[in-house]
Design a protein around this ligand. Structure first.
Ligand SMILES: Cc1cc2nc3c(=O)[nH]c(=O)nc-3n(C[C@H](O)[C@H](O)[C@H](O)COP(=O)(O)OP(=O)(O)OC[C@H]3O[C@@H](n4cnc5c(N)ncnc54)[C@H](O)[C@@H]3O)c2cc1C
Length: 450
């Protein structure tokens, strides 16, 4: 019997994000990768259409006889898979659309698809700020929930190495805008490059760090794009049923947590402070697509010149990098109490933190303050002594791995989030703890395991 004529697969190159899902799906070896995108071999393609199912961006189409019939069957299969599948993400790939559990995700608003993270660089332009990797970790979760690709935006000069790092930290695709005008951050050129690219590529979510740079840039970009921006978020989630970003942050002086939605405009923008989210481990084996974006701007067009960087006097407290923090609150009763906390911090190899009233009272300097108007920290061990646990304090430390609360009041709010609760007078408990630690040291015990 003569064979039925079959269509051939065709790759829509601009849509391909280089995830390689089609390559691993094709049973006939008819798809391969070249220069970061899929290419098809018509001699091997049988026109079965199986590769259409996993493609997250619909970058493949069948062309020729029976193309419509086979495409229809495969799209039905894709929809079924979206409802049930929970397949793992291959190296460098994006998840299948709808791979997360929960209600089906509606169609994108105004054709905006994908999660983007702005990769902030250190002032030297050679290294990324760690908040960028933390946001890629959260961005990966959001993208997986939506079943869309995660992209990083890298702006600067000679930033190829940063683009590769962004892939290692979870980006499927990296847009690189490499230009001398972007070597040092200035609002004008950075905002223009991002606005142009967003208008062209239409992401649905854009995240930036709530750093000095990120706050400056996010506001400008959101204003020009006439979209919503939620600043200083402490949680980001996807509402799958409505295809919306739920951006939560403290509001009304921290007395409530507000969840803010941007229903009608795209992209939905949010900034997040460093250390709010954990950075994922870098996977140097990951692969992804790097897209070079042309950018035209002359130095004369930029209204700002950077003449010199003058380093601020360095803070001696590195709260944000500390693995152990021993923090004190109003319950200390005065500045002397911090000497006791310092002793405990020294034994544990940590640093001293404080609640705001202690700073306001001048018991300790402002660089020790943890919380909404202080630093956000994420140590392995956080000891809160004489701190009640007001929401403005909790937002700065609640993601610590292990929280030990020492408080006279068993009903203090800090007790609700503590992993270990010690009820009593801190002036009795801390000396007892110190004596115990010193005794076990003398007996040759290792540093306290957290
Ligand atoms: C806009 C805004 C921003 C703010 N930003 C911050 C911020 O960044 N960081 C911050 O910390 N706060 C901030 N605050 C203040 C916050 O609302 C609280 O007032 C503050 O966190 C309370 O500090 P505290 O827990 O040390 O004091 P308190 O609430 O007075 O608690 C003292 C605790 O010590 C316990 N205690 C007393 N004596 C002892 C003892 N001998 N032994 C053991 N326990 C004892 C008490 O039972 C009590 O629970 C902000 C407030 C506003 C309005």
């Amino acid at each position: 019997m003569p064979k039925k004529p079959m269509p051939k697969i065709h790759v829509l190159t601009p849509k391909c994000i280089g995830c390689q899902l089609c390559v691993s799906t094709c049973p006939f070896g008819a798809l391969d990768m070249a220069e970061g995108v899929a290419v098809s071999n018509p001699d091997k393609c049988t026109g079965c259409g199986l590769c259409l199912v996993p493609c997250p961006t619909d970058a493949l189409e069948l062309v020729g006889p029976r193309a419509e019939e086979i495409t229809g069957k495969m799209m039905a299969k894709k929809l079924r898979a979206a409802g049930t599948a929970k397949s793992s993400t291959p190296t460098g790939g994006t998840p299948e659309a709808g791979s997360s559990t929960g209600p089906e995700v509606p169609a994108p608003l105004h054709g905006h698809v994908g999660v983007w993270v702005f990769t902030e660089l250190q002032p030297d332009g050679k290294q990324a700020a760690s908040v960028s990797w933390e946001l890629l970790g959260k961005g990966r979760e959001l993208a997986n929930d939506l079943g869309v690709p995660l992209s990083a935006l890298v702006l600067g000069e000679h930033v190829d190495a940063i683009a590769q790092q962004a892939i290692a930290y979870g980006a499927d695709k990296v847009y690189v805008v490499d230009h001398p005008v972007l070597r040092i951050y200035r609002n004008g050129p950075y905002a223009r490059a991002i606005v142009d690219l967003v208008r062209k590529e239409k992401p649905e979510i854009l995240l930036m760090g709530a750093t000095t740079l990120g706050r400056d840039l996010a506001g400008s970009v959101a204003t020009v794009l006439e979209t919503g921006l939620t600043a200083d978020c402490t949680e980001l989630k996807i509402n799958r049923g409505e295809r919306l970003l739920e951006a939560s942050r403290p509001a009304y002086g921290g007395s409530i947590m507000a969840t803010i939605l941007c229903r009608d405009r795209r992209p939905q923008m949010a900034t997040v402070r460093p250390r709010v989210f954990a950075a994922p481990a870098a996977d140097l084996e990951r692969t992804g697509q790097v897209v070079r974006v042309p950018f035209e701007m002359k130095e004369e067009e930029v209204g700002v010149r950077v003449l010199e960087f003058i380093r601020e006097a360095q803070s001696t407290v590195h709260l944000q990098d500390a693995q152990v923090i021993v923090a004190g609150g109003r319950g200390l009763g005065g500045p002397k109490g911090f000497e006791l906390l310092q002793e405990l911090a020294d034994v544990l190899g940590g640093v001293v933190g404080a609640s705001r009233p202690c700073v306001d009272a001048g018991w300790i300097s402002p660089d020790h303050q943890v919380g909404q108007t202080g630093k956000t920290v994420r140590p392995r061990l956080y000891i809160a002594a004489g701190i009640s646990g007001a929401v403005q304090h909790l937002v700065g430390m609640q993601t610590s791995d292990c929280i030990v609360a020492i408080n006279k009041d068993p009903d203090a709010p800090i007790m609700k989030i503590a992993d270990y609760r010690i009820v009593g007078d801190l002036y009795e408990i801390i000396p007892a703890l110190l004596a115990e630690l010193k005794a076990s040291r003398a007996a040759g015990a290792e540093t306290v395991a957290v």
